[in-house]
Write a protein that binds this ligand. Structure first.
Ligand code: NAD
Ligand code: WQD
Length: 344
C-alpha cells in the first residue's frame, strides 16, 4: 500500500488527537479531522499547520449527529482508516451525568461504526484506557481481566470495546483498541497541549496551573498508600510518544499485519511514578518549589498501576522515548505559553 491513504481522525482538535494529527501529517498521510470543539478550540488546526507546514482543516461535526456524520463520511469515499478519539473523558462528571457519557461515547461510536460500514471503511484505531483493568497487579499486561468499571466513563470504554469486538466479528472490521495509561506533556513547540476546562482533575495540569498561579496549591490525595512514599503510583506517558504509537498501530493495520480482527495494546512506559516523584520532576525542570499540601485519599483511586508494554513493543515496533522530566518540562512550557497568550 502506498503511504498516502486518507485517515479520518475524530476528536482531532483534542489533546491526544492534535498530537496524532501532527505525527500523521509528518509521516505523509492525508488527514481529515473532525471535532465538535466542545472540549477544544477550532484554532488548534492553525497550530497544527504552524508545526507541520501543512494546511490543516478540522471540520465541525458532532458524531452524535448521525445525518451530518454520514454525509461527511460519504463525501470522503477514499478513507482507509479511522482513528477515533472523540469522547467525553472526565471520570467525576460521568458519575454525575452518566447519560451524557453513554450518549456521547457509546452513541457517537455506534454512529461512527454505521457510517464506516456504509462506506466500506474497514480499519479503526480506538482510544481505550487502562481504567478497564481497575485494581490489577502491575505490571499489567493485556491478559489482565477487565474488571467491573468504577465509573460510567470507564464503563463506556468497556462497552465500546465490546461493541467494536461484535462489529469486527460481524463484518470483519479490523479494530485496534489502544489502552492508554496516563497521558501527559505537550508538543515540543508549545503550540499544542492539553486544554482542561475549569478546574483540572488530572495531576499534571493541576501542578502546572498551581505553578503559574491559577490554583492556590496542589493537594496530594493520600499519603498512606502501601507504596514507598505513601502516594499512588501511575504510568505517565508523554503525549508525543502516545501519538507515535497511533501511527505504528495504523501502519500495522494498513499493512494487514494484525493476527486477529480485534486486538488490544497497552500504551505506557512500563514504569510507575508516585505523585511525589512527579512533583519532584516538575520542581527540578521548573526550578521552583511547588505549593503543595497533603490531603486525604480521593475516592476511587487505585493504589498503583503501570503497564507491561511488551506486546506493543514487539508487534508494533514502538517504544517510548521521553522521560518523566521531559513530560514535565513540555507540560510546563505549554502552561507558560498559554499564560503568555492570555496576558497579551
Ligand atoms: P480531549 O477532550 O482533549 O479530546 C477529545 C476531543 O473530542 C475534544 O476535542 C472534543 O471536543 C471532541 N469531542 C467530544 N465529543 C465529541 C462529539 N460528539 N463529536 C465530535 N467531537 C467530539 O481528550 P483527550 O485527552 O485527547 O482524549 C482522547 C481520547 O482518549 C478520549 O476518547 C479519551 O476517553 C481517551 N483517553 C484519554 C485519556 C487521558 O487521560 N487524556 C486516557 C485514556 C483514554
Ligand atoms: C494521578 C494521581 C491522584 C490530582 C485518570 C482517569 C483514567 C485516565 C487518566 C481517561 C492519582 C493524584 C491527582 C490532584 C493528586 N483517563 N492526584 N492531586 O486518576 O490515574 O486517571 O486519568 O481514560 O481513566 O481515571 O489520573 O491525573 O487524576 O491522578 O494527588 O489534584 O495523582 O490521586 O494518584 P488517574 P489523575
Amino acid at each position: 500500500m502506498n503511504k498516502t491513504p486518507n485517515i479520518l481522525v475524530t476528536g482531532a482538535a483534542g489533546f491526544i488527537g492534535s498530537h496524532t494529527m501532527v505525527e500523521l501529517q509528518q509521516a505523509g498521510y492525508q488527514v481529515i479531522g473532525i471535532d465538535n470543539f466542545e472540549n477544544s478550540s477550532s484554532r488548534v488546526a492553525d497550530q497544527i499547520t504552524a508545526i507541520t507546514g501543512i494546511a490543516t482543516h478540522i471540520e465541525k461535526i458532532d458524531i452524535r449527529d448521525k445525518k451530518s456524520l454520514n454525509e461527511f463520511v460519504n463525501t470522503h469515499k477514499d478513507i482507509a482508516a479511522v482513528i477515533h478519539f472523540a469522547a467525553y473523558k472526565a471520570v467525576g462528571e460521568s458519575v454525575q451525568f452518566p447519560m451524557k457519557y453513554y450518549e456521547n461515547n457509546i452513541g457517537g461510536t455506534v454512529n461512527l461504526l454505521e457510517a464506516m460500514a456504509a462506506n466500506q471503511i474497514n480499519n479503526i484505531v480506538f482510544s481505550s484506557s487502562c481504567t478497564v483493568y481497575g485494581e490489577a497487579n502491575p505490571p499489567v499486561d493485556e491478559t489482565a481481566p477487565v474488571q467491573q468499571a468504577t465509573s460510567p466513563y470507564g464503563n463506556t470504554k468497556q462497552i465500546c470495546e465490546e461493541l467494536l469486538k461484535d462489529q469486527s466479528q460481524a463484518t470483519g472490521l479490523n479494530v485496534i483498541s489502544l489502552r492508554y495509561f496516563n497521558p501527559v506533556g505537550a508538543h515540543d513547540s508549545a503550540l499544542i497541549g492539553e486544554l482542561p476546562i475549569g478546574v483540572p482533575n488530572n495531576l499534571v495540569p493541576f501542578i502546572t496551573q498551581t505553578a503559574i498561579g491559577k490554583r492556590k496549591q496542589l493537594t496530594v490525595f493520600g499519603t498512606d498508600y502501601p507504596t514507598a512514599d505513601g502516594t499512588c503510583i501511575r504510568d505517565y506517558i508523554h503525549v508525543v510518544d502516545l501519538a507515535k504509537a497511533h501511527l505504528k498501530a495504523l501502519e500495522y493495520q494498513l499493512a494487514g499485519k494484525n493476527k486477529q480482527s480485534f486486538d488490544v495494546f497497552n500504551l505506557g512506559t512500563g514504569k510507575g511514578s508516585s505523585v511525589l516523584e512527579v512533583v519532584a520532576a516538575f520542581e527540578k525542570v521548573s526550578q521552583q518549589k511547588l505549593n503543595m499540601v497533603f490531603g486525604p485519599r480521593r475516592t476511587g483511586d487505585v493504589v498503583q498501576v503501570y503497564a507491561a508494554c511488551n506486546k506493543a513493543n514487539t508487534a508494533l515496533g514502538w517504544k517510548t522515548e521521553r522521560t518523566l522530566e521531559n513530560c514535565m518540562q513540555t507540560a510546563w512550557a505549554w502552561e507558560q505559553a498559554l499564560a503568555a497568550k492570555e496576558n497579551k
